[in-house]
Design a protein around this ligand. Structure first.
Ligand code: NHR
Ligand code: GAR
Length: 209
């Protein structure tokens, strides 16, 4: 049985999608938040999942926060660390510790729009498509090797909120599918490149018509 540790900062709907997917061969060993008020914590606790808070405001530096976070994660013996709406930039040392076993979902079609406010930026640029990207986490923010992407078509009356809602629905399919492939041994990082099994269709999703 593999241990998955999920890091959240807020609502945790991607965490819920992964828990609800029931990944065979794995269990969600813990849900850890950097904010005590993260709504997803209560949802996880109600389901008997271990929850922890490592409050970044209680640490004097990013290094000190990351050291405490790593100690908490490691106490759950993770095979995979999943960032699910986790909002703190991680230090290089932290990302190296979990190299090849830490995934993130980012709400844009990377390498476009790393960072925050992705949907608003896509609208302002006149993009015709938007989406989300699952990637391995490396030191460079939102630049790790890409595992899977979900694409939505933009309409004239779209707002950042309407795009976020459509993309989120896709995130909830794409992310559990990627986690399932990692747990099954069909997805790995070798020499900085993504190696995956022979199911390329699992790497690109768009909404059902
Ligand atoms: N850390 C590293 N080193 N590499 C990545 O690829 C990371 C990462 C940490 C988080 C998620 C990412 C996203 O999907 C992620 C990927 C937070 C910020 C941010 O600016 C940017 C990108 C992501 C997460 N955070 C501010 C900070 O100062 C705080 C913002 C807030 O608290 O609201 O850490 O988008
Ligand atoms: C998701 O859309 C995720 O892609 C995005 O925040 C939302 C989290 O929702 N992540 C980031 O912006 C990371 N910086 P959730 O908490 O309901 O999963």
């Amino acid at each position: 049985m593999k241990n998955i540790v999920i890091l959240i900062s807020g609502r945790g709907s991607n965490m819920q999608a992964i828990v609800n997917a029931g990944i065979s061969g794995a269990r969600v060993a813990a849900v850890i938040a950097n904010r005590p008020d993260a709504a997803g914590l209560a949802w996880a606790a109600e389901r008997g999942i271990a929850t922890e808070v490592v409050d970044h405001k209680l640490y004097p530096s990013r290094e000190a926060f990351d050291a405490a976070l790593a100690a908490t994660i490691d106490s759950h013996q993770p095979d995979l660390v999943v960032l699910a709406g986790f909002m703190r930039i991680l230090t290089e040392g932290f990302t190296r510790r979990y190299e090849g076993r830490m995934l993130n979902i980012h709400p844009s079609l990377l390498p476009a729009f790393p960072g925050l406010h992705t949907h608003q930026r896509a609208l302002e640029m006149g993009c015709k498509v938007a989406g989300c990207t699952v990637h391995f986490v490396t030191a460079e923010l939102d630049h790790g090797p890409i595992v899977a992407q979900g694409v939505v078509t933009l309409q004239d009356d779209d707002t950042a909120d309407s795009i976020a809602a459509r993309v989120l629905t896709l995130e909830h399919q794409l992310y559990p599918a990627a986690v399932r492939r990692f747990v099954a041994g069909e997805l790995a990082l070798h020499d900085g490149k993504v190696k995956c099994g022979d199911n390329p269709a699992a790497s690109l999703m768009s909404p059902a018509p």
